[in-house]
Design a protein around this ligand. Sequence first.
Ligand SMILES: *Cc1c(COP(=O)(O)O)cnc(C)c1O
Length: 412
Amino acid sequence: MHHFEYKNKELYCESVPVRDIAAKVGTPFYLYSTATLNRHFRAFDEAFTMPHITCFATKACSNIAILNLFAGLGGGADIVSGGELFRALKAEVDPRKIVYSGVGKTVDEMRFGLKSGILMFNVESEQELFTLQKVAEEMNVSAPVSFRVNPDVDPKTHAYISTGLAQNKFGIPIQGALGIYTAAQKMAHIDVIGVSCHIGSQLTQISPFVESLQKVKIFIGRLEEAGIHISYLDIGGGLGIRYDAEDPPLPAAYAEAIKNEMEGLDCILILEPGRVIVGNAGILVTKVLYTKKGGKKFVIVDAGMNDLARPSLYDAYHAIRPVIDTEEGNEVVDVVGPICETGDFLARDQEVPICESGDLLAIMSSGAYGFTMSSNYNSRPRVPEILVDGDTFYVIRKRETNEDLIAGETIP
Ligand SMILES: *Cc1c(COP(=O)(O)O)cnc(C)c1O
């Protein structure tokens, strides 16, 4: 459920015609709906009735206006870099609600996290643990730690976004993880407080989550037997959304399944949802530049793979809707960008509205891993991010300029 709807054959974001925003800010641009963000965050967060913290996965959509909105709803942040920590703090996220994930934290990033007083580091290797102990010792503080275990569960999602299989680089194999917990327990500057896991993204079934949680639960039992008490259980993110014909479980069903598995566990639950909160709360608006017919029909638009990488990277599907519905029907085309790469497409052999030069198109479900994955490839300034709230829109990130492109560059 989102607030991008047609009124009189014209696409609105809440009470603002998308066409009006395009006229004011130009194209392309990302457009988010406050009501949708609120609704999705609350639907997820309120589905969990046990003690928990919803730590929004910053990498899905990291604009500080959006992080601040979630902070206002009581949310925390799951971060994967010092840059994301900086954003979260600027957005007034409570540091005691920040969890730090990722396989390659640097010493500087560890210092920044410790100095900021974050809730915990999700440590992913023995070497990372030793480094963190050393950094904490130098700073004469104690580092709160949870280990990310890899439960070897198949999330049944795209290979690039599957993280919980033994062959993936993430986490510590759960079978051997007792050893690292015992070692960490003896370290003077490490405070072992949690277990975490995150098995993948865009999961459309509950069973892999349950299977993973069952394995983690058994593991927590073994830790307790070894005298290691776990206060936080972080089950990661990964709940999928509907892009096309997927039928992912609703947050309520997901929460219910988790609740059943949590029976008897005395832990505060940490959740790291990203996509499920923001995915359908944002669109990318682009303008048709040209149409042409070769072996196929191509619609050439002003947004490319540098603006939205998901189709090129994951062969992902995004529905494409007209901003003004002319009711001329659909046709099967490739929607491509201006980038000099064959992989530069937003849609391939997809039914899209029949359109002509100058028409505006909405690339739906672009709120997650949309802007955050965008780049300056082909020296294209990154597009603005716009947030609608009711009948008002705010530019929450300006369009970059050509000057921005060369900022920091010098000719020696
Ligand atoms: C990416 C990521 C998430 C969020 O995944 P979604 O599929 O967007 O919910 C959560 N936790 C970790 C550790 C991640 O890397």
